[in-house]
Write a protein that binds this ligand. Structure first.
Ligand code: HEM
Length: 292
């Protein structure tokens, strides 16, 4: 396996990682990324094979888990229940409970709400110069995730601050300051969801927290900690990827030089444009698996 050096913090790489990916793919299906000290798969078929191979997983075997530093204990006490870190049977149990709350009807209702919010935001922009991320992309996922969870929308900005502080733990640049902020955010976020759970226990609504509480009470299938972590994960996993998918897609489509409307002339073209822009310039570039 060939080895390559590329700092993930190099500003040129951050702006445009694709020339490095071209070099990496030329090395064959795997290369060793020295800066991360791990082997990486690059092409479609090797990544596809690895993700489907049950000999690789997301959960570090207990005997290989590094000891959690004391100052990060409360952060990892939450993260250990995250779907992104789990293997079956625990993953299957939580995943199937979550999927059951995403009914077709609820998703279709949300699609209408996304449409409305998008139009309202466009109307506000009103032909003035604007910042696509700040004035448009950032608003949609947080409002929708708040509505989905049953969190009051005016909590959106606070939820985003907690979410940014927590996901910073998974960026290439991480120091003690980032770690301390992530711990503070995870404690505050978790307290907030716990309070909301108590309130929804007394007064259930047609929202995801109430549905998950009901599922937990019926079958005793979800612990309180798992429920809190799952709610936090929905915001943390759902926000940033969506913001950057919207902004990358708009940039890519404008750079084609084609009239933007031509990508959305019917439902089939729209779906193709969405899939293809996420494939061509995705918001997330790297996922890890552990050889079990
Ligand atoms: C275009 C936007 C999005 C992209 C590109 C994206 C991408 C991904 C990817 C690649 C994974 C798999 C991670 C792995 O296998 O290690 C994942 C998992 C997940 N995503 Fe997203 N995501 C997006 C939007 C969302 C949204 C809007 C939500 C929630 C509201 C969400 C919630 C989740 C959850 C809960 C998981 C874990 C699923 C499981 O393990 O069962 N994502 N996402």
């Amino acid at each position: 396996m060939k080895s390559l050096d590329q700092s993930p913090l190099d500003p040129d790489f951050v702006q445009n990682p694709y020339p490095f990916y071209d070099i990496a793919r030329e090395q064959g299906p795997l290369f060793h990324w020295n800066d991360y000290s791990i082997p990486c798969a690059t092409g479609f078929s090797s990544v596809n094979d690895l993700l489907r191979d049950r000999r690789f997983g997301r959960e570090m075997p207990a005997d290989l888990k590094a000891e959690t530093p004391e100052h990060l204990a409360s952060f990892y006490a939450l993260e250990q229940h995250s779907l992104l870190e789990l293997e079956p049977p625990k993953h299957t149990r939580i995943h199937s409970l979550l999927v059951r709350t995403f009914t077709n009807r609820r998703v279709n209702d949300l699609a209408l709400e996304i449409d409305q919010i998008s139009h309202l935001l466009c109307d506000k922009i009103n032909d003035q110069p604007f910042d696509l991320i700040k004035d448009f992309a950032e608003h949609i996922p947080v409002i929708i995730i708040c509505r989905m969870l049953g969190v009051p929308e005016d909590m959106g900005p606070q939820l985003l601050r907690w979410s940014h502080d927590m996901v910073a733990m998974y960026q290439a640049r991480r120091d003690r300051d980032i770690e301390d902020r992530a711990v503070t955010a995870s404690l505050a976020f978790s307290d907030y969801i716990q309070q909301l759970m108590l309130e929804r226990q007394k007064n259930p609504q047609n929202d995801l927290i109430s549905h998950l509480i009901k599922a937990r009470n019926q079958d005793e299938k979800l612990s309180e900690k798992e429920l809190i972590t799952t709610c936090i994960l929905l915001l943390n996993a759902g926000h940033e990827a969506t913001v950057h998918s919207i902004s990358n897609a708009v940039k890519v489509l404008l750079e084609t030089g084609q009239p933007p409307i031509s990508f959305f002339k019917d439902e089939k073209s729209t779906l193709r444009a969405v899939d293809e822009t996420i494939r061509f310039d995705p918001p997330l570039h790297m996922f890890t698996r552990i050889a079990l």
